[in-house]
Design a protein around this ligand. Structure first.
Ligand SMILES: Nc1nc2c(c(=O)[nH]1)N[C@H]1C(S)=C(S)[C@@H](COP(=O)(O)OP(=O)(O)OC[C@H]3O[C@@H](n4cnc5c(=O)[nH]c(N)nc54)[C@H](O)[C@@H]3O)O[C@H]1N2
Ligand SMILES: Nc1nc2c(c(=O)[nH]1)N[C@H]1C(S)=C(S)[C@@H](COP(=O)(O)OP(=O)(O)OC[C@H]3O[C@@H](n4cnc5c(=O)[nH]c(N)nc54)[C@H](O)[C@@H]3O)O[C@H]1N2
Ligand SMILES: [Mo]
Length: 766
């Protein structure tokens, strides 16, 4: 093992480590990876910083009173250090008690969250495996990233692979495409991240190569930051959440000009007539023409008409960022994008058609092999159930309530215990004041995390986990062309233990150790994962490195596939032989299946519905700014916020709010002033950053600031999720609507309080 190369991997890239005296002292991007030096450079601070949880801890009154303790005191009380045995006995005892009293669904362990890179030690996989082995639990299905797309795409394309797995390779654009239209833009900050980590952050290069080959870019976004420099892109700035209307207008104009690809529609699509009737205004007397669309989106009609000129006059690739569907009725924007691409007829051809998330994450549209990244399986959960991921607060507040979801229903369980590893609900969940109320419901909350995050601070039992730097692992992403042998760089810091070992000891106490570990120790699992990937590689005719060479080199650059991928190319080539898994075998533009779902309000074809909150609605009178909350540039969600890299986006540990300079001036807000951002759901403080690149009427805050309420519940650090709306996208998807929120901004009266979220909590001796 001594000759292992000192490299490791994060979702924000691979790094080479310097270790001195048993400490990680420097981390630099693996040469050629293009990883962000500031982000990977944060690893020493992450590993050795003062926010590491030093050992197992129990909330003071929980240690005394157990599940009968004051649950509303979570996050307000000191912690007491305990031994690992005490902590694990307490946790295992509670899991067993709740399971016995309420059945498996009384234990919530969906544990949504990105965790860290590395396939063996992926915390969310391990915790779900553990609770499945222990007899079942309440899980989460779908995700916050593209939950609405995951719900709608099976009805349209037969499965959700177009958002979860498949994508047209960027390298097919040059020579095959004249115009890229990117709804939500292609913000380069997002390309610093890949789920699972990436060996090459190369999308800026491929986009530029397309530009150099003559591809023109049109970006549709309220924020100029989503329009990368150097692409000479045209910028259209709609009101947020109006993309469906805008696309309907483009479709109407294509039909009005008779420029639709009728042959494609006839051969490959179903339900065309019904969608066409709607677009032409047949159902509601309102043609969705360019003037209508321009009025809804509040953009110049000429800009839309010029875009149609480009679309009908050449070959196009249409893509929508994932943010578009993280909004009320978010399913509709994705369905309409497919319909628009169908009218143009390029679907299934290289460099044409549509894609989802090309600007959302590095790796979407990257050249890579499939099926090589090994993983630890999560067994089936037949005695448990799964709720839509973003409905977690709802679930805790309303046990027994039934909601429509994905064509059926889900009934919320009566949860007595919450067990989280690898996620931060006080980061990801909308309407945090509502989550705070819900969080006081379960009798016991157990959190495993390396750091004193807001979720860890709000637990009863805190179990400190190691970071990837403290353990060996195998890493890689299904959207990337590299596999990594991640070296253990330093010994576990303080009292931290690997999630897997924590769970194995809990499993031992619950009598399911064998089912959880599979009878394999860490080394045997790593060998198993390597053997699995090597076998998969050989099955594709590749020659993988031998195991020792893999661990010695630290990285295997997987040869590219024989041909670049093109979304739906097989279907286009042979629609009868390779039909879609829809009732007609075709792309569904109006759905009888959706129309027939009982007791649910779901449009049967792509439809514009006014979002619950938007600039064209009545709510804008009181809260006249549409708040968009985008992904942070130098953090991964709430990860890295405690480091210099994460703080570089902030001022004195407080998040910025971007506003058009006129909006700032109209409110008497100078650059750098601390403002109060508020609506009926909550309030936070943020640092005013006038930005002419923002559409007037729009406010923009990055996510990721650690939740930091003062005694009145005003968040001091600028966590925008105190303002966002906790309601599902629709009866179909029930996904996050984070991008649908109106707010007002005003100067803060009096001095700005200090941000306390990055202080460890008080710890008192046992
Ligand atoms: N307003 C608004 N909210 C949003 C979004 C938005 O656009 N707007 N986006 C949403 C989206 S798309 C997402 S994906 C979510 C992201 O939400 P999360 O995935 O919950 O966010 P992270 O900050 O990545 O949380 C990961 C947690 O895992 C912990 N962790 C890291 N490594 C390990 C480990 O090895 N072991 C253990 N036990 N823990 C570990 C980290 O410390 C951190 O607490 O946020 C969502 N929330
Ligand atoms: N650096 C960095 N990169 C990341 C992440 C991170 O935390 N940090 N997180 C990763 C994850 S988990 C995910 S899911 C992806 C998310 O990928 P996205 O969802 O694509 O990313 P966002 O930054 O939320 O949104 C991109 C842009 O969409 C625009 N937008 C928002 N609403 C609308 C709208 O209604 N219409 C239009 N036209 N535009 C709109 C906003 O201006 C925003 O800047 O990012 C990934 N990449
Ligand atoms: Mo995400």
């Amino acid at each position: 093992m001594a000759d292992r190369r000192p490299i490791s991997l994060s979702h924000w890239g691979p790094f080479t480590a310097t270790v001195e005296g048993g400490r990680l002292t420097a981390a630099t991007p693996l040469p050629g990876s293009g990883a962000d030096p500031a982000m990977v450079g944060a690893w020493p601070e992450l590993v050795h910083g003062n926010l590491r949880i030093p050992g197992p801890m129990v909330r003071q009154s929980y240690l005394k009173d157990g599940p009968k303790s004051d649950r509303a005191a979570r996050g307000l009380e000191p912690f007491v250090p305990v031994s690992w045995d005490t902590a694990l006995d307490l946790a295992a005892g509670e899991i067993a008690r709740v399971r016995a009293e309420r059945g498996p669904t009384g234990v919530f362990a969906g544990s949504y969250g990105w965790s860290s890179a590395g396939r063996l030690h992926h915390a969310r996989t391990q915790i779900r495996r553990f609770h499945a082995a222990a007899g079942g639990f309440t899980d989460q299905v779908g995700n916050y990233s593209w939950g609405a797309a995951q719900a709608i795409l099976p009805y349209v394309l037969g499965d959700h692979r177009a958002v979860s797995a498949d994508a047209t390779d960027w390298t097919t654009l040059p020579g095959n495409c004249d115009t890229v239209v990117a709804f939500g833009g292609l913000n380069p900050k997002n390309w610093h991240v890949t789920s699972g980590g990436a060996g090459a952050f190369h999308l800026p290069d491929v986009a530029r190569a397309a530009r150099d080959a003559g591809v023109r870019f049109v970006m549709v976004s309220p924020f100029k930051g989503d329009v990368p420099d150097g692409l000479d892109a045209t910028w259209i700035q709609p009101r947020p959440n109006t993309d469906t209307a805008l696309m309907l207008g483009l479709a109407h104009e294509i039909l009005r000009r008779g420029a639709e690809n009728r042959a494609f529609l006839n051969r490959y699509c179903a339900g065309v007539d019904r969608l066409e009737t709607y677009i032409r205004g047949g159902n509601d007397g309102r043609p969705k023409d360019l003037a209508w669309a321009a009025a809804v989106a509040d953009v110049p009609v000429d800009a839309l008409s010029a875009l149609v000129d480009r679309l009908v006059g050449g070959r196009s690739f249409l893509t929508a960022s994932w943010s578009l569907q993280r909004a009320d009725q978010g399913e509709q924007a994705y369905w309409m994008l497919i319909a628009l691409a169908a009218l143009l007829g390029g679907i299934g051809r290289p460099g044409q058609g549509f894609g989802f998330g090309n600007g959302s994450m590095n790796g979407v549209g990257a050249t890579r092999r499939r099926g090589l990244v090994p993983g630890v399986p999560v067994p089936p959960n037949p005695d448990g159930l799964a709720i839509p991921a973003a409905r977690v607060t709802d679930m805790l507040l309303h046990p027994g309530r039934t909601i429509p979801f994905d064509g059926g229903t889900v009934t919320y369980p009566d949860v007595g215990l919450v067990h989280w590893a690898g996620g931060n609900p006080f980061h990801h969940q909308q309407d945090l004041n509502r989550l705070v109320r819900a969080w006081a419901r379960p009798e016991t909350v157990i959190v495993q995390d390396p750091w004193w995050t807001p979720a860890a601070k709000r637990a009863d039992i805190v179990l400190p986990a190691t970071t990837p730097a403290e353990r060996a692992d195998i890493g890689g992403s299904s959207r990337d062309a590299f596999l990594f042998a991640m070296a253990k760089l330093v010994d576990p810091v303080g009292g931290a233990r690997h999630d897997r070992d924590i769970l194995a000891d809990l499993a031992g106490r619950l009598g399911c150790a064998e089912a959880f570990t599979g009878g394999l120790d860490e080394g045997q699992w790593l060998d198993h994962l390597f053997d699995t990937l090597a076998e998969a590689a050989r099955a594709q005719g590749l020659t993988p490195p031998d195991r020792d060479a893999f661990w010695r080199d630290g990285v295997w650059a997987v040869p590219p596939p024989p041909a670049p991928e093109v979304l739906l190319a097989d279907f286009r080539a042979d629609p009868q032989g390779r039909p879609l898994a829809t009732p007609s075998g075709r792309i569904v533009l109006a759905s009888d299946v959706l129309a027939a779902i009982p007791d649910a309000d779901i449009p049967a074809h792509p439809t514009w519905r006014e979002p619950a909150e938007w600039l064209g609605g009545t709510g804008a009178a009181r809260h006249p700014l549409h708040l968009l909350t985008n992904q942070p540039a130098r953090r991964l969600h709430s990860q890295l916020a405690q480091t210099a890299a994460g703080r570089s986006e902030q001022v004195d540990g407080r998040e910025r709010i971007r506003l058009h300079p006129d909006e700032a001036a109209a409110r008497g807000l100078a650059a750098g002033a601390v403002a109060r951002v508020f609506n009926d759901r909550g309030a936070c403080l943020a640092v005013v950053t006038p930005d002419p690149g923002l559409r007037p009427g729009v406010a923009l805050m990055a996510t990721g600031a650690w939740y930091d309420p003062d005694t009145d519940g005003t968040d001091r650090g600028g966590n925008p999720n105190v303002l966002t709306r906790d309601a599902g996208t629709s009866d179909l998807g029930q996904a996050s609507t984070a991008q649908t929120a109106l707010v007002q901004v005003a100067p803060l009266a009096g001095p700005a309080p200090r941000v306390e979220a990055y202080d460890p909590p008080p710890v008192i001796p046992a």
